[in-house]
Design a protein around this ligand. Sequence first.
Ligand SMILES: Cc1cc2nc3c(=O)[nH]c(=O)nc-3n(C[C@H](O)[C@H](O)[C@H](O)COP(=O)(O)O)c2cc1C
Length: 197
Amino acid sequence: MRALVVYESMFGNTAAIARAIADGIEASMHADVVEVSAAPATVPADVTMLIVGGPTHAFSMSWPSTRRDAAGRSASVISRDRGIREWLGALPGVTTPTVATTFDTRATSRLTGSAARAASRRLDRLGFPLVASPMSFRVTDFTGPLVDGELDRAHAWGEALAAEIAVRRPTRPVARSTYQRPFQRPYPHPQSRLGEA
Ligand SMILES: Cc1cc2nc3c(=O)[nH]c(=O)nc-3n(C[C@H](O)[C@H](O)[C@H](O)COP(=O)(O)O)c2cc1C
């Protein structure tokens, strides 16, 4: 039983949030953090919870063109060649008892588009039960830094996610053909500490 956090990041802000989420999860289960270029092509069978995050670019997940734009703003960007859009696009439908959720970083308010919401829709189409609503974390400007308190909030969200799946873990793989949408809407459970983005 472990969590896998897959992140994309240009300037390091989403990477820092990914590590903070994983630190929070580690309070109750093992969590691996992987930059999207190094992420596995399929979700390993022992992954109980998949968490996918990236920066919001042009109201959604990044594109090659927006990553080129980012590269023009900094001499060293992390995920120059591959984003979560491409990784999720190549990911096969779920065949393991893995629940999922998503997060993003962004500079603007929650009323605009969100990489996390787009990624969540993709995971839902692939058949992953969604364990929580997409979560957003704020940066002060395109290159950062993060707004004060966001790393603590990410840590707390990771703790809450791990606590959530401890009470709701599916016990068998769900094939797409028989998938019954057990979590029709991303829950919180009645005792959940999970917040909304
Ligand atoms: C090309 C580009 C487009 C962006 N578009 C948006 C946007 O539509 N909405 C938003 O809130 N932030 C936008 N941003 C800000 C990013 O969300 C911000 O750079 C990101 O959260 C920083 O995280 P990172 O350091 O992990 O890349 C954009 C940034 C870039 C470089």
